[in-house]
Design a protein around this ligand. Structure first.
Ligand code: PLP
Ligand code: ZN
Length: 400
């Protein structure tokens, strides 16, 4: 099966090249396109890459490069479904990935592409989760790995990346510029920077969409809510359903809702203003640190695809995000990052506008584990009681 890069904005084609992923004409990230051949899922295979190999640009799949990514549960949120006659709500719980975020799906595909091309240095630029994922898969593959992490990343994120022995560099300054600089330096030193909108990475995110389709009984849900930072993840999920439609496996796409935090909402702002292009955000301020890209490389693709497919892009406040994070933990046992809780906050916004019909099936993508950023949690909002051994019996009796 042959594959090539295509620019989703202007249609330009080029050969696949991990070191040169941007359209020469319009500077958009390019995506991978496939020959128009019949493809199928290999349902007998339990490995994520094996199962969906017809939809991947890989000639060979190596178990030795994987860590057990994918096959995450789709959990019905019974206790949260308190809106009467509301939609049926599910969480696609990506916390179950090896490094506790969806990033692992993309990293494993990009590392396969590196291995196939005998690239011996990889790297990434990250708010945290992608750094952790790339460090772990780089370690597993025995490839030298460079991780550039933002200075405001939590200690948990920093240490979880550092433990894998990568070259870990905390970089201050503008994140958008760091993204560009990494690609320049990568080209110079032969380091394949598999950043957030990397076309191979996006192919890995696509597989999450196939799982949702299968878990919905070989059908598309009505709605999918996804946090948006660089936009790579949302593009991957949309690409899954577009390819299923091309294959004749579905006849309509779900309605996608991209959700940003109010304190970093370049794409939501452009969407609401009816603009075709986003403009960068100057000052970022939100508890959802994982989704703070002020200049998202795939922002214009997100705007285009969401408009073409009747989707929405919303932004939600920090207090709504923290409330949603607490509700998911208290009512459903899911402790996610604020960056993931934006999906529930976004769904509640749309519910107020009565966007859902009874019986609609809604999927919230829970992108990463809350254990990676505990310092934003408020000790005063936890029920923590102090006791010594003598009083413990009374303390428990009072709470029965
Ligand atoms: C937990 C979490 N959710 C969502 C996102 C957003 O993904 P993307 O940058 O592909 O839009 C990220 C990105 O770092 C993340 O770490
Ligand atoms: Zn282009």
């Amino acid at each position: 099966m042959s594959t090539e890069f295509q620019c989703p904005m202007c249609g330009e084609h080029r050969p696949v090249d991990p070191f040169s992923q941007f359209c020469p004409g319009c500077r958009s990230p390019m995506l991978i396109v496939y020959d128009d051949v019949q493809r199928a899922f290999h349902k007998e295979s339990s490995g994520m890459l094996e199962r969906y190999r017809d939809f991947l640009p890989l000639d060979a799949i190596h178990a030795s490069l994987g860590l057990g990514e994918g096959h995450t549960p789709l959990q019905r949120l019974d206790r949260l479904m308190c809106i009467s006659d509301g939609p049926e709500v599910f969480a696609k719980n990506e916390i179950f990935n090896p490094t506790a975020s969806f990033k692992d799906r993309g990293t494993v595909v990009a590392v396969h592409a590196a291995e196939a091309r005998r690239i011996r240095r990889i790297g990434t630029v990250s708010t945290g989760n992608m750094g952790i994922s790339t460090a772990a898969y780089g370690a597993r593959a025995g490839i030298k790995t460079f991780v550039m992490i933002k200075t405001d990343s939590s200690r948990e994120k920093l240490f979880s990346a550092g433990i894998h022995g990568a070259e870990l560099i905390q970089v201050g300054g503008d994140y958008g510029r760091l993204f560009e600089l990494s690609l320049e330096l990568g080209g110079k030193h032969g380091i394949y920077f598999m950043n957030s909108t990397d076309a191979l990475r996006v192919e890995g995110y696509k597989l999450e969409g196939f799982e949702i389709f299968e878990q919905m009984g070989d059908d598309a849900p009505d709605w999918i809510f996804v946090p948006v930072s660089s936009g790579g993840h949302l593009i991957g999920l949309m690409k899954a359903f577009k390819e299923l439609r091309t294959q004749g496996m579905i006849d309509r796409l779900p309605r996608f809702v991209g959700v940003q935090a109010r304190g970093c909402r370049p794409v939501a702002r452009a969407f609401q203003a009816g603009a075709e292009r986003f403009t960068r955000i100057e000052k970022v301020e939100t508890v959802a640190q994982s989704i703070t890209n002020p200049s998202p490389p795939a922002g214009d693709i997100v705007l285009k695809w969401i408009r073409e497919n009747d989707g929405e892009i919303l932004d939600v406040t920090d207090s709504d995000i923290l409330e949603a994070q607490r509700n998911l933990a208290e009512l459903e046992g899911i402790f996610c990052l604020p960056a993931s809780a934006v999906t529930l906050a976004g769904m509640r916004r749309l519910a107020q506008k009565q966007a859902f019909r009874p019986g609609d099936r809604v999927v919230l993508v829970i992108t990463g584990s809350g254990a990676k950023n505990v310092n934003i949690l408020d000790r005063n909002k936890m029920r923590i009681v102090q006791s010594d051994l003598v009083d413990l019996g009374d303390v428990i009796r009072e709470r029965l």
